[in-house]
Design a protein around this ligand. Sequence first.
Ligand code: DGL
Length: 262
Amino acid sequence: MRIALFDSGYGGLTVLSHARRVLPSEEFIFYADRDHVPYGTKSVPAVRGFVRTAFRFLIEQQRADAVVVACNTATSVAVDEMRRLYDVPIIGMEPAVKKALTRDADHRVLVTATPITVHGEKLKRLISSCDPNGLVDLLALPQLVEFAERQEFVSSAVEAYLRDAFAPYRFADYSAIVLGCTHFNYFKDTMRQLLPQNVRLVDGNEGTVEELARRTGLRTQPIGAQTAHCTFFESGRPVVRAEELAHMEADLARAARMEEIV
Ligand code: DGL
């Protein structure tokens, strides 16, 4: 099966990293819309336009059998329209609020995401469906997307940004931080250092890939040595230069390491 994963940039590689190891026999296409990243600080109509262009490319030109929108921001504002337009399975991503509250319904949960996701109706609806006791707080961390796109994953600037953003919260009251943007997974090591052990780092990557398997009738495998083949595109252009491919592979390797951190 030909499966497309789509993100504004390199954040979606953290989903691909998991997907290509648990579905090693499938054919993947990864589309990073690097001409337009970041999405999360742009206008909603602009992001909808970018997503339409990406879907036209992935479904009409690349003939993808299924599309994973490995981007919470694009899911928030554009997935419903894409599902109306196209017949193939379209798997979106929403911050894993339910997962966090299911694990601990007594403590607070801090949901981090981009500004579009944080202010979007979709997240408001999700929270009102699963948080009757008002335990969820929201925090936008747009700068992490910029850091990730330039592969600045561990630095004093990243640490200072996160330290500052986390400063207002009394983390003894929290059980989890939800990583509601795929780019944020690259920063789990720094977050782990800054947060007390009672705060777990919760993301939706594994759940999204399970949903992909369920919707397409595929069976996920235990992680082994084999990884699925993937062709990479940046805003519709094939990625062929060795240094660009090496950049993707380095991000994928980091994503696999970050997956171990909870
Ligand atoms: N990686 C995306 C997400 O999951 C969006 C990042 C951005 O382009 O702002 O929300």
